[in-house]
Ligand binder design. Structure first.
Ligand SMILES: O=C(O)CCC(=O)C(=O)O
Length: 259
């Protein structure tokens, strides 16, 4: 796994994601204090949503959606400048945020299951190699260690553009550990999974799903939608949330003519 150094430029990082291992780790983008505060907020929101019977729960794993509307920190992370410049270099400038959710692996959580990311998992295989249809960002909301559920990635499998092969995955996958506040950027075609959480506290990640604007968003745009958040958000976030593409006063996308 490539540990990014300050000397690496955007072109080297995008090459690593598209033609190299398929993922990179950007270390310590967020301070420990900010990360801990965001983690506390996620756990508190999950507690409330569980009480209201709205939380998506699967055994010892929980998912929290509509996050952009539930804390400024989430909107800030979703539009992190360095991350967006890498993603735009790969997908082009017309990207949208198809999802931004939290994933909580409680102690005892088993593996999630080997997969490629949306929209690939919704498509028949073999998958197209180009254009690339998704880049995932996994924000580490605490140190990801050898025993608390860190993700597993099988290097270079984005080049295969196929559904995961379980045997091959088990032989080749590496566990991606790192420090709180770091982010993993990965190619949507790269086979991955989560590992078991054998520790005694929840492991929390934030997951950003970025796609070209022509891919139907993973998450329901209307779920917990807050008009005021959109009104007060930056032009970048408005675009990422498709507001500039599909605002109520526009009947359809504006056609772009090829040069
Ligand atoms: O939470 C994680 O570490 C990764 C989860 C994941 O890969 C996914 O939901 O697609």
């Amino acid at each position: 796994m490539i540990m990014v150094s300050t000397k690496m430029n955007i072109a080297q990082l995008t090459t690593e994601i598209t033609q190299g291992e398929g993922y990179v780790m950007l270390p310590d983008l967020l301070s420990r204090q900010e990360t801990a505060a965001a983690r506390d907020l996620i756990l508190e929101l999950a507690r409330q949503e569980k009480q209201d019977n709205r939380l998506v729960v699967q055994e010892n794993k929980e998912r929290l959606y509509g996050l952009i509307y539930k804390g400024e920190v989430f909107a800030k992370l979703a539009q992190d400048e360095l991350i967006l410049s890498i993603i735009e270099a790969i997908l082009g400038e017309d990207i949208v945020l198809g999802g931004f959710s939290a994933h909580i692996l409680h102690p005892g959580a088993q593996r999630m299951g080997i997969h490629v990311d949306y929209p690939y998992w919704a498509m028949p295989a073999p998958f197209p190699k180009y254009p690339i249809l998704e880049i995932q960002v996994i924000w580490l909301m605490e140190d990801f260690t050898a025993d608390n559920g860190a993700p597993l990635f099988s290097p270079r499998t984005q080049n295969l553009a196929t559904k995961p092969d379980i045997k091959q995955f088990e032989q080749t996958a590496e566990k991606i550990t790192g420090t709180a506040g770091s982010a993993i950027i990965s190619h949507g075609l790269c086979w991955h999974d989560t590992s078991e959480n054998k520790s005694d506290r929840p492991r929390v990640s934030l997951l950003g799903n970025y796609t070209p604007q022509y891919v139907h968003p993973l998450e329901n745009n209307l779920f917990d939608h807050q008009t005021t958040t959109i009104e007060n958000s930056s032009p970048k976030l408005k675009k990422l949330l498709r507001h500039t593409w599909m605002s109520p006063d526009k009947p359809m996308y504006g056609m772009r003519f090829m040069q």
